[in-house]
Design a protein around this ligand. Structure first.
Ligand code: GLC
Length: 481
C-alpha cells in the first residue's frame, strides 16, 4: 500500500468508525474500533483522555477546532467534585442511554487510578486556545474554575518537600504495576507542561481584568505560586533525573549516609543501584531523564514518552534535547528495531518481573508495557525533533533520517497488522499477544507522523507550552528549597 492509500484508510477508520458523537457532535474517539469478535472488548470502547491526545492534536492540525472544544468541555463536565478526588479528570468515559459515565479508576482493572488524564487537560486546553485563537474560551468561568480545581489538587501542602507529584503504581499510560510508583518521569514531565499551560491560561484571563478586586488578587497570587512551583520543579528534575556519562561518574563516587541540608547524595543512593548497561546506553554523547527518583531506589529505566514530553515541553534545554536524540540514534536497534518505539528499556525480568509486576502475564518481559513496542509513540518523537530550533545540527539531520526510516516501518506494517495496539519481542516484530486491532492511537499516530514528516513539519509546535520567560515572574515568591 502506498502512503496516500494508507492515509486514506487511516482517515476513514478514524472519522467513520472511531469518532463518537453525542447530540450530533464529535466529542472524542474510542480507544479501539470494536472488532466484532465475541471476545470482551473490556473498556476499549470508551473514550480515554490519554488516547485522545493524538486525536485532538490531529484535529488541531487539520483545523477541526470545534471537536477539540467539545472534547475539552465534555471532560470538564466530568471533572470530579467529590471531597477526596475533587478536580481530577476521568481516565475514560462512555455514553450510555444519553448519560456520560466516567471512570476515575472505580471500574479499572486492579482499580488503578490514572493521573495523566488530569495533567493532559490543561495542556490540551492551552493547545486548543493557541491554535484556534479562541481566547474567550480560556476566560470562561467553566475553564477558569476547572483550572483552579486542578491547581488546588496539585499545589497544596503535603508531607513531602519535593516539587514532584507522588503517585501510585500504574498512574499513566503504563496503567498496570510496573514499579512505576512514587515520582515516575512521565507524570513529572506532564506536570511541568500542565503547570505552564495552566499559568498561561490564568494569565490570559488576568490580562483582561482591570479592577483590583480580592478575587483578582487571589488569582494573581495563584499564578505566582504556580510559576514558583514550575521553576523549582525544573531545577529539581535537572538535578535528580537528567543523566549523561559525566553525571553518572559523579553519582558513582558520591558519599552515602549523609545527614543535613547541603549534601551531595540527598536520596542516599548506593553506587550498586547504577546499572552497568548505562555505559553503552549513554555512550559519550547521550543523555536522558531517568525513570524515577526514590530514597535509595532510583529507576534508571528509559521511558520513551516521559523523555519525549520532557523535550517537547522544554523541561530539558535544547542542548540536552540534542543529547537525548543522540541517545535515541545510538540505541535505535533497541528503541526502533522493527517497530518504533519501545515504551521502556530494559524490561523487568525474572525475579523483578515476579515481584514488581505481581506475575503480570500481560507484562511479561518484552511484552506490552514491559519493553513492548508501541507505534503510537513515534509522533511524539517527531514533534520533539521537528520543533528543535537548531535545524541544521547534524544530530537533528540524523534524527530526521531515523524518523523517516521509522515512518516507513509504520507504513509497511500497520495496514497489514490491522493497526495493532502494540508489538512484542526484543525487535518488536510480533503483533502484541493481547493487542487490540484498529487501535485508534495507532491509526492517528500514523496520521500525525505522516502529517509532520510529509505535509507540514511546522505543526510540530502543536503541543508547545508557554515558556517561563513569557511571564512577568519576579521570583520573589519562590518557594524555598
Ligand atoms: C491500555 C493501555 C492504556 C490505554 C488503554 C486504552 O490499558 O495501557 O495506556 O489508555 O489501553 O487504549
Amino acid at each position: 500500500m502506498d502512503a496516500a492509500d494508507a492515509v486514506k484508510v487511516a482517515r476513514e477508520l478514524l472519522f467513520k468508525q472511531a469518532m463518537v458523537s453525542i447530540n450530533g457532535e464529535w466529542v472524542g474517539s474510542l480507544a479501539a474500533i470494536p472488532s466484532g469478535k465475541a471476545e470482551s472488548t473490556l473498556n476499549y470502547s470508551e473514550i480515554f483522555i490519554r488516547d485522545n491526545v493524538p486525536t485532538m492534536a490531529y484535529m488541531l492540525v487539520v483545523g477541526e477546532y470545534s471537536t477539540v472544544k467539545n472534547f475539552l468541555l465534555t471532560c470538564l463536565q466530568l471533572q470530579n467534585t467529590q471531597f477526596q478526588t475533587r478536580g481530577i479528570f476521568p481516565t475514560s468515559f462512555a455514553e450510555y442511554e444519553g448519560q456520560l459515565i466516567p471512570d476515575y479508576g472505580q471500574r479499572a482493572i486492579g482499580r488503578v487510578v490514572s493521573i495523566d488524564a488530569t495533567l493532559w487537560w490543561p495542556i490540551l486546553t492551552w493547545a486548543y486556545v493557541q491554535r484556534s485563537g479562541d481566547y474567550d474560551f480560556a476566560r470562561t468561568a467553566a475553564v477558569q474554575n476547572g483550572l483552579n480545581a486542578f491547581l488546588e489538587l496539585v499545589l497544596h501542602p503535603g508531607f513531602r518537600d519535593a516539587p514532584t507529584l507522588y503517585v501510585p503504581d500504574g498512574a499513566f499510560m503504563i496503567d498496570r504495576p510496573m514499579d512505576v510508583w512514587g515520582a515516575p518521569l512521565e507524570i513529572q514531565s506532564l506536570l511541568y507542561g500542565a503547570l505552564l499551560s495552566a499559568a498561561g491560561l490564568l494569565q490570559i484571563d488576568l490580562k483582561e481584568r482591570q479592577e483590583r478586586s480580592i478575587d483578582n488578587l487571589r488569582q494573581a497570587e495563584r499564578l505566582e505560586t504556580c510559576l514558583a512551583w514550575i521553576v523549582r520543579l525544573r531545577r529539581y528534575m535537572l538535578v535528580h533525573y537528567w543523566v549523561t556519562s559525566t553525571t553518572v561518574q559523579v553519582l558513582r563516587r558520591r558519599p552515602t549516609e549523609q545527614y543535613g541540608e547541603s549534601i551531595e547524595n540527598e536520596y542516599n543512593i548506593q553506587t550498586e543501584t547504577i546499572p552497568h548497561w548505562l555505559q553503552n546506553w549513554l555512550g559519550s554523547q547521550g543523555g536522558y531523564l531517568i525513570g524515577n527518583i526514590r530514597t535509595g531506589r532510583p529507576d534508571f529505566r528509559f521511558f520513551t514518552l516521559g523523555n519525549c514530553l520532557g523535550s517537547i515541553f522544554d523541561l530539558i534545554a535544547p542542548p540536552q534535547q540534542l543529547s537525548l536524540f543522540q541517545l535515541v540514534i545510538n540505541n535505535r536497534h533497541d528503541l526502533v528495531a522493527e517497530m518504533p518505539l519501545r515504551i521502556c528499556h530494559p524490561p523487568l525480568e525474572e525475579v523483578d518481573w515476579r515481584k514488581k509486576t505481581g506475575f503480570d502475564r500481560k507484562n511479561l518481559p518484552w511484552c506490552y508495557h514491559n519493553a513492548g513496542h508501541w507505534p503510537c509513540l513515534l509522533w511524539f518523537l517527531a514533534l520533539a525533533v521537528l520543533r528543535h530550533p537548531q535545524k541544521d545540527s547534524l544530530v537533528i539531520k540524523e534524527s530526521e533520517a531515523l524518523l523517516h526510516h521509522s515512518y516507513k516501518l509504520l507504513l509497511n506494517q500497520l495496514p497489514y497488522q490491522q493497526w495493532a495496539e502494540y508489538f512484542d519481542g526484543p525487535t518488536g516484530a510480533w503483533q502484541g499477544q493481547q493487542a487490540r486491532v484498529n487501535q485508534t492511537w495507532t491509526i492517528v499516530g500514523f496520521l500525525l507522523a505522516h502529517h509532520l514528516l510529509h505535509e507540514n513539519g511546522a505543526d510540530a509546535n502543536v503541543l508547545n507550552v508557554p515558556h517561563i520567560g513569557d511571564f512577568n515572574f519576579s521570583g520573589h515568591k519562590e518557594i524555598a528549597h
